[in-house]
Design a protein around this ligand. Structure first.
Ligand SMILES: Nc1ncnc2c1ncn2[C@@H]1O[C@H](COP(=O)(O)OP(=O)(O)OP(=O)(O)O)[C@@H](O)[C@H]1O
Length: 580
């Protein structure tokens, strides 16, 4: 209920539509209830007494009431559709906007495929329930109560026959709803799994072909697909039982009514018109019961989806973006004061443990360490992609939490390990760094990042990069990403292993280019010692701890890890040169 109340706020702008739709249904329902009465009058009074003018006059009234019901039904469908689609659009927009406020830690909580389902399928389920559910939800209780009252008024004895069948129908329908409702939550979960598998397989399709794993992923997909088919069969198989149960009850009630009703007509206790009118009301009552159970099934599914949408909407952003915080970084200094960090508060071990470091503004800092030693985790704390669990991270002499997070991220450029480019031209992509950049500025950034070496070959700034930047190589992509970040003129720039795919000579040229940008602090995570040896400071991380810091000469003279890295890599290079 709380979830329903929560999402109802997204009806804004469509409450009037909903109200008008409800009124139209009410009028339509009343009109339909009047028709059997008019019919009974024609048969019992008009035809029995041979009064043709009464038959015609009542017939005209019946037509007018039927037209009124039709018009109301038609107008209702317009208003309810507008309300449902508008509500769905509001919900999707709210989910999407809230996702933009998610921190990286929030995004760790949800699978991206599940988020896609929650923004698409779940909203469609809610919209469908809205369009198809409101009408029976509003009509059926009115029909049920009014039908019962009117049927009893027509013939209390006949109503007894009908009341004997009613409880069986009600219990059978209630059992179906109870059995099927929880299955919808399972169904949506399996749907998530199918989307997840599909997304992973499509993203990794090249790797799958390269490793000849088509058979393996096909088997995996088949399993999830079969699980979805099984769950859906079980769920919808239970839901459609509604219909045969209803029809059986209807047939039994009809036989009983005709049997007893026929005897009552024969004995003159009631007229034929009353019997036919009564049977029309029975049909209305049974129909409304059937509708109520269908609506419950529809709502059960929609409530599961509402819950899933609410999980996205109610997820507290993992960090306060502090929009009223400082807007400018005084300089590019970075400081870690006794910083410890773990991704999940429930995790036993910290990923970073008591890290204390200081990078002077404009300096170049190299970070080395084995895989999983915490290099990426450390630098992600600088632009607040995550917040430190303990201790303080300072940029430009202030705690990072004191900045408006957007201003902080504009001041701390980051070239991530996994580079992402978008469809569009080179110019479009580079302007992500600075939407106002002129072509001269773009070309300067291209020179610094050594993009100029291949820019003309791919077609200049107007070259189309294709979907996800698929038209350029891994090394070219990395250089374009560096140029893109340079264009935003950050005070601190972090390179998270972002030249791993370029050759050593190009790597050196990029570093020479970056050295020209003097007022920017450069933090370079690298696997190669050659990428960081000229840095003002080199930090060696080991299992989340700062193992050593110093210049190349200092570390080479004193640190065993650095010595091992350096000599193993120079030996490899010499071997390679020797082999050449
Ligand atoms: N999003 C995440 N959620 C939970 N744990 C994570 C997450 N990202 C990284 N880790 C864990 O944190 C530890 C440090 O990872 P990190 O990526 O910082 O290492 P790294 O030194 O950059 O490694 P590499 O050189 O392989 O990129 C690893 O044990 C890793 O499993």
């Amino acid at each position: 209920m709380d979830d329903l109340r929560y999402v109802s706020r997204y009806l804004r702008g469509y409450r009037l539509h909903l109200l008008v739709a409800a009124l139209l249904i009410f009028v339509e329902t009343i009109a339909e209830l009047v028709i059997p009465f008019l019919m009974a009058r024609i048969v019992d009074v008009g035809i029995t007494s041979g009064d043709l003018s009464l038959v015609l006059a009542t017939g005209r009234q019946m037509v007018a009431v039927a037209v009124l019901a039709g018009v109301c039904g038609f107008a209702y469908s317009r208003f309810s559709a507008a309300a449902a689609m508008g509500f769905g659009a509001n919900l999707r927009e709210a989910e999407y906007a809230h996702l933009q406020d998610y921190s990286f830690s929030n995004l760790d909580e949800f699978d991206s495929s599940s988020l896609v389902t929650r923004l698409t399928t779940d909203i469609t389920v809610i919209q469908n329930a809205f369009v198809m559910g409101i009408r029976p939800l509003l009509r059926s209780p009115v029909m049920l109560v009014a039908g019962l009252v009117l049927a009893c008024t027509m013939s209390a004895r006949l109503a007894l026959v009908f009341f004997a069948v009613l409880p069986f129908l009600a219990v059978a329908l209630a059992l179906i709803v109870r059995h099927v409702a929880p299955l919808y939550a399972v169904l949506q979960g399996v749907m998530d799994r199918l989307n997840e598998t599909l997304q992973e397989d499509l993203v990794a399709i090249r790797a799958i072909k390269a490793y000849v794993r088509e058979g393996h992923v096909a088997d995996r997909f088949e399993q999830v697909n079969a699980a979805l088919a099984d769950t859906a069969t079980h769920t919808f198989g239970g839901a459609v039982l509604n219909m045969p149960v209803f029809q059986t009850a209807m047939a039994i009630a009809n036989v009983g009514l005709l049997w007893f009703g026929g005897q009552m007509v024969a004995s003159g206790e009631i007229g034929v018109g009353t019997l036919t009118g009564f049977m029309s009301y029975v049909l209305l009552i049974m129909n409304s019961l059937n509708m109520i159970s269908s609506v419950f099934l529809l709502l059960a599914r929609a409530i599961t989806s509402v819950g899933r949408v609410c999980e996205v909407l109610c997820e507290e952003p993992g960090m306060d973006p502090n929009p009223s915080g400082a807007k400018e970084l005084a300089d590019g200094s970075v400081e870690f004061r006794d910083v410890s960090f773990k991704y999940n508060p429930a995790a036993e071990r910290n990923v970073l443990e008591h890290v204390t470091l200081r990078f002077a503004p404009g300096s170049t800092v190299g970070i080395l360490g084995g895989t999983g030693s915490g290099k990426s985790s450390l630098v992600q704390l600088v632009p607040r992609l995550y917040d430190a669990t303990e201790g303080t991270v300072m940029v430009g002499g202030r705690d990072v939490r004191d900045y408006d997070v957007h201003a902080l991220r504009a001041g701390v450029g980051m070239v991530l390990q996994k580079n992402v480019l978008f469809s569009g031209t080179v110019r479009d992509n580079l302007r992500w760094g600075n939407p106002d950049a002129t072509d001269e500025e773009i070309l300067r950034a291209c020179r610094l990042a050594c993009v100029d070496e291949f820019l003309d070959r791919i077609g200049g700034l107007d070259a189309d990069l294709g979907h996800g930047g698929g038209n350029v190589s891994g090394g070219q992509k990395q250089r374009l990403c560096i140029a893109r970040t340079l264009l935003s003129h950050p005070k601190v720039m972090v390179f998270d292993d972002s030249t791993s795919a370029v050759d050593t000579a190009t790597d050196a040229r990029i570093r020479a280019g970056l050295a020209q940008v003097r007022d920017m602090t450069k933090v370079i995570i690298a696997q190669r010692v050659s990428s960081v040896r000229d840095s003002d400071q080199i930090v060696i991380l080991d299992d989340g701890h700062v193992h050593a810091t110093g210049t190349h000469e200092e570390l080479l003279a004193s640190d065993p890890i650095y010595q091992e890295l350096y000599y193993s890599q120079t030996a490899t290079q010499e071997d390679t040169h020797g082999a050449e």
